[in-house]
Design a protein around this ligand. Structure first.
Ligand code: SAM
Ligand code: SF4
Length: 328
């Protein structure tokens, strides 16, 4: 069992399998891309599998595969098959932008991926290009159709951005009328690889007020334990609506998450800057027990909340790295 100094049981691991991506979402990375992690510094499939199996032995029960875009990593499906066979793992999920995902949906279903988070910030082709700098909306919608067809649970993630997709909030909420999906609006965080203009324009309160203006009978529904979203239902809708106060950091008290970046750095909070590279320790020849000792040590340094984690960063600089290098 992995328990931090505040008594929180950590049973959820988010593994970023690459920092590379086939989109350039403005809130995540510059148009020119990132200074990509060198291939020799990326964890291999075998390394990721060994690290994940140790985490599962230590009490991790859910693993989410993320990135960068997980499907730009070669042979992702083969890797997912291996991870899904870890006996004590209860749930394997993934987060994808949906650009090349549609053809893999039957395989995901076969492997037992029950739920997928699909990022979709707009239903408008022109705005999609403005936000993601690629003309890929049709392919993302193809993935949405495939997930629906194969009965995979879908959470749609939309980052709310002043001057970019405010007019999309209502159309996205309307998707939940006829589709069994959860539409989650995320506060924009400063993790965009550099050019962040400080100031959160749309916090969770403003997002909710905007939705309520158009759907006055929206009702609060119970949130699952460890949920990062506040969840709502509109009577007569098949799906639900969620709001993630990612920048306001209101969910830290029940945080059960731990992250591994594509190069193997363990981050116990989105807002810390990661202190130990577990892949490097593994490459130095550490035993399984030695690696577990490190993991226990890192867990013991988990900050109380995202504010404390940010304050404790080594360089004391405000957070600015790309979400693709952390694994959102
Ligand atoms: N490429 C995949 C995708 O977009 O779904 C997975 C990785 S992406 C980094 C994971 C999630 O982080 C996405 O839902 C994305 O919207 C979110 N994200 C990225 N940058 C963000 C930011 N600056 N603020 C809030 N959410 C962000
Ligand atoms: Fe790529 Fe996902 Fe970042 Fe968009 S949010 S640039 S899809 S990693």
């Amino acid at each position: 069992m992995l328990v931090d100094n505040y008594g929180r049981k950590l049973d959820y691991l988010r593994l970023a399998v690459t920092d590379r991506c086939n989109l350039r979402c403005t809130y995540c990375m510059p148009v020119g891309g990132l200074d990509w992690i060198r291939k020799s510094e990326l964890m291999t499939d075998e390394e990721m599998l060994r690290i994940c199996s140790l985490f599962v032995e230590m009490g991790i029960r859910r693993i989410r595969i993320t990135g960068g875009e997980p499907f730009v990593r070669k042979d992702l499906i083969k890797f997912l098959e291996k991870i899904s066979s870890l006996a004590a793992l209860h749930e394997l999920t993934l987060t994808t932008n949906g650009v090349v995902t549609a053809p893999f949906v039957p395989e995901l279903k076969r492997i037992g991926v029950r739920s997928v988070n699909l990022s979709l910030d707009t239903l408008d082709k022109e705005r999609f290009i403005r936000i993601a700098h690629r003309d890929e909306l049709d392919n993302v919608l193809r993935t949405l159709d495939a997930l629906l067809k194969y009965n995979v649970e879908i959470k749609i993630n939309a980052v709310v951005m002043e001057n970019l997709n405010i007019e999309d909030i209502v159309p996205l909420v309307r998707l939940s009328k006829s589709l069994p999906v959860s539409i989650r609006f995320i506060e924009e965080m400063p993790f965009n690889g550099g050019s962040y203009q400080a100031g959160l324009h749309w916090n969770y309160k403003r997002i909710l007020a905007h939705i309520r203006e158009h759907f006055p009978d929206i009702q609060k529904i119970p949130d699952a334990p460890n949920s990062t979203s506040y969840n709502y239902h509109i009577p007569g809708h098949l799906g639900n609506v969620g709001i993630i106060a990612a920048w306001s950091r209101l969910f830290c008290g029940t945080c059960n998450r731990i992250r591994i970046t594509p190069s193997g750095i363990i981050r116990t909070c989105l807002y810390d800057n990661g202190k130990v590279n577990i892949k490097d320790i593994l490459r130095e020849g550490a035993s399984d027990e030695g690696l577990k000792e490190w993991i226990r040590h890192i867990v013991s340094t988990k900050a109380k909340d995202g504010w404390e984690a940010e304050k404790n960063r080594d360089n004391h600089e405000p957070v600015h790295e790309s979400m693709a290098t952390i694994g959102g």
